[in-house]
Design a protein around this ligand. Sequence first.
Ligand SMILES: Cc1cc2nc3c(=O)[nH]c(=O)nc-3n(C[C@H](O)[C@H](O)[C@H](O)COP(=O)(O)O)c2cc1C
Length: 209
Amino acid sequence: MTQKITLLVGSPRKNKSCNFLVEKAIEGIKSISSEFEINKIFVGDYKISPCTGCNKCLREPYECPLAESDDTNKLEKEILDSDAIIIASPSYFGSVSSQLKVIIDRSRPWKMNNYKLKDIIFAPMVAIGTRNDAAGGVISDLINFAIIQGMIVIGALGNPVLDQNIPVTSLQKYTRKEFLRKNEADELAGIIASNLGKRVAEMVTLLKN
Ligand SMILES: Cc1cc2nc3c(=O)[nH]c(=O)nc-3n(C[C@H](O)[C@H](O)[C@H](O)COP(=O)(O)O)c2cc1C
């Protein structure tokens, strides 16, 4: 059976830094095999309402009343049968984007209904503006989501001395006022994102066959 890898562009902006990371991860996945089903999702395409805390999802049938009037069912169809999920989030004040936060909160029924995301491989990626932003807040938001949902969290494995394990792309270059120009890419973050795609593809092959 074809294995499905879902990648979420977690920014409302479709063709910017989060999309760059996702495209690089897809390159990495394809370098392992062309057989994977690659499912790219823009969170901005889904209208998901914020959780109201009604707690209806705690009890059978573990459904959210808001799902009747938003895109939750459409999102479920895209996500729940994935073998791996990669999320690229921008840093918004050191946390995930509001679109992603709403999706994370509204994923609670999936947990309550016997961990529907259990054993799906998960990997985080982050886009920041200024180079010294605390990307760790975004990373921990994403990893917490994955762990609470029973997913298997992995990172990139590249050169152990030169390459980090979680892709973080920054718009700011080396000095305070030096930023990436239009059509210029953060090459190192691209390498790490591609390594992440490879690692996810390898782990999907290893664990899901
Ligand atoms: C509401 C908002 C808050 C932001 N907060 C931060 C921040 O705290 N630190 C930072 O480095 N960048 C911050 N940024 C910049 C984004 O993280 C950065 O532009 C990133 O590349 C956005 O991803 P995108 O290009 O895929 O949209 C913020 C942007 C917005 C719109």
